[in-house]
Design a protein around this ligand. Structure first.
Ligand SMILES: Cc1cc2nc3c(=O)[nH]c(=O)nc-3n(C[C@H](O)[C@H](O)[C@H](O)COP(=O)(O)OP(=O)(O)OC[C@H]3O[C@@H](n4cnc5c(N)ncnc54)[C@H](O)[C@@H]3O)c2cc1C
Length: 395
């Protein structure tokens, strides 16, 4: 005999838990199954341990998706203010780290515990350390039978909230894509996103003095630009600006870096050439960058002389180097460290209102498993809350 539930959700992460709470509040009997040994592992490790749980400003432009309109409905029906209200109800202290990014003051555990507490209060059953071995659609679209490592279950509505491929050691698998394929869905090619970029050997040697240096830059690629910090690492580049652009960069393409965003660099160089003709270029650059970066830039530009010795056409070359530094990263650091997965289940085959599959009645996909990827800054969790809430309102 199998155990019957109205709703079964596979995945006890951000989206799955929000969906479970919303459905249980409507009186649905809900079972959440996860193969991990803990609920919400990614929530716990998110935001450097402080969970950037949403952002004051959430716009559809903050999300990548083959269909840019897909995310609008859910994001407007469960917005950042509703999640902030829930956080405040629980007395969780938070702060704006800048750019509207809201982080817990204390720990990510506060958010995870809030979700677990809401599940408990509303009678959601969570079954951990359980893997799903087989899913079968019952005749006449009347629901599903699940064979798991623990027991057999059946349900009317099945929600897949298994997330993306990033950080496999945290329990990430491609299982959600396998379920989607089983029911005839198309998957948009996946790849790591919000991930550091690596240099090849030649560039690593060139920049060997720079790891640890961080600069505020504007980085652009494929028509997107981000003004945030960039960090040199022992493997290449990281920091928020690089994580953001990694979602848009394709191997083989250049990224363009403005090392002095907001400054009229041509005028700055000209003024200094006139007013401080006797100083070295390196000394001038040290007023804007660390010593090691200033030295590196001088060697790259191939000039180590006084400003008065620099010709006007050479000033243009320096300006170009400082504002349009063109770099060819060798690759992504990959799923091991990527925060999210680009691509996923094609949203053209999912209802943007209910998240139900157009291929199979009563089958729902929510969260990161879909082809929706947020920018860095709390957008991915807001997507999990919003899509989980939308499906939880109808299952
Ligand atoms: C290091 C790191 C830091 C991050 N920080 C932030 C941040 O501060 N702000 C932000 O907005 N986003 C952040 N993210 C992204 C965010 O964590 C995800 O976008 C979000 O967790 C996706 O929610 P989800 O519920 O769709 O998937 P997940 O949270 O990944 O949950 C999926 C669940 O499904 C389970 N599962 C997977 N496969 C199976 C299977 N075969 N059987 C059973 N269960 C399965 C997993 O164990 C997991 O519990 C971060 C990500 C990482 C990796």
């Amino acid at each position: 005999m199998d155990q019957k539930f109205q709703v079964i959700i596979i995945g006890a992460g951000a989206a799955g838990l929000m969906c479970a709470i919303t459905a249980a509040k409507r009186g649905r009997q809900v079972l959440v199954i996860d193969h991990a040994n803990k609920v919400g592992k990614k929530i716990l490790m998110s935001g450097g341990g402080r969970c950037n749980f949403t952002n004051y400003s959430i716009e559809p432009e903050n999300f990548l998706c083959n269909n840019p309109h897909f995310c609008k409905s859910a994001l407007s029906r469960y917005n950042q203010w509703q999640f902030i209200e829930l956080v405040e109800e629980y007395g969780i202290e938070y702060y704006d780290k800048g750019l509207g990014q809201l982080f817990c003051k204390n720990s990510s555990k506060d958010i995870r515990d809030l979700l677990v507490d809401e599940c408990r209060k509303n009678g959601v059953i969570i079954q951990l350390k359980t893997s799903v071995e087989k899913i079968e659609a019952l005749a006449g679209s009347s629901g599903f039978k699940l064979v798991t490592s623990l027991a057999e279950f059946s349900c009317t509505s099945l929600v897949v909230a298994t997330g993306g491929l990033s950080i496999p050691t945290m329990g990430a698998t491609g299982f959600g894509y396998d379920i989607a394929r089983q029911f005839g869905h198309h998957i948009i090619a996946t790849g790591p996103a919000l991930t550091p970029l690596i240099f090849d050997k030649k560039w690593l040697e060139k920049t060997s003095q720079l790891p640890g240096n961080a600069i505020d830059v504007q980085v652009s690629c494929n028509g997107q630009r981000f003004s945030e910090a960039m960090l040199f690492t022992h493997k290449g580049l990281s920091g928020p600006a690089i994580l953001q652009i990694s979602s848009y960069w394709q191997p083989g393409q250049p990224i363009l870096i403005d090392l002095l965003p907001g400054l009229d660099v041509a005028a700055w160089l000209q003024e200094n050439k006139q007013a401080r003709a006797e100083i070295q270029l390196k000394t001038l650059l040290s007023t804007k960058f660390s010593q090691s970066i200033a030295e590196y830039l001088c060697s790259e530009i191939g000039m180590n002389c006084k400003l008065k010795q620099i010709e006007v056409n050479e000033l243009n070359k320096i300006e170009q180097r400082l504002t349009r530094w063109t770099l060819y990263p060798a690759g992504y650091e990959g799923y091991r460290v990527a925060e999210v997965t680009l691509g996923g289940i094609d949203t053209d085959e999912i209802s943007s209102k209910t998240f139900e599959s157009v291929k199979q009645n009563n089958l729902y996909f929510i969260g990161e498993v879909l082809d929706v990827t947020g920018h860095l800054g709390g957008y991915n969790f807001q997507w999990a809350w919003a899509s989980g809430h939308a499906a939880g309102s109808v299952v």
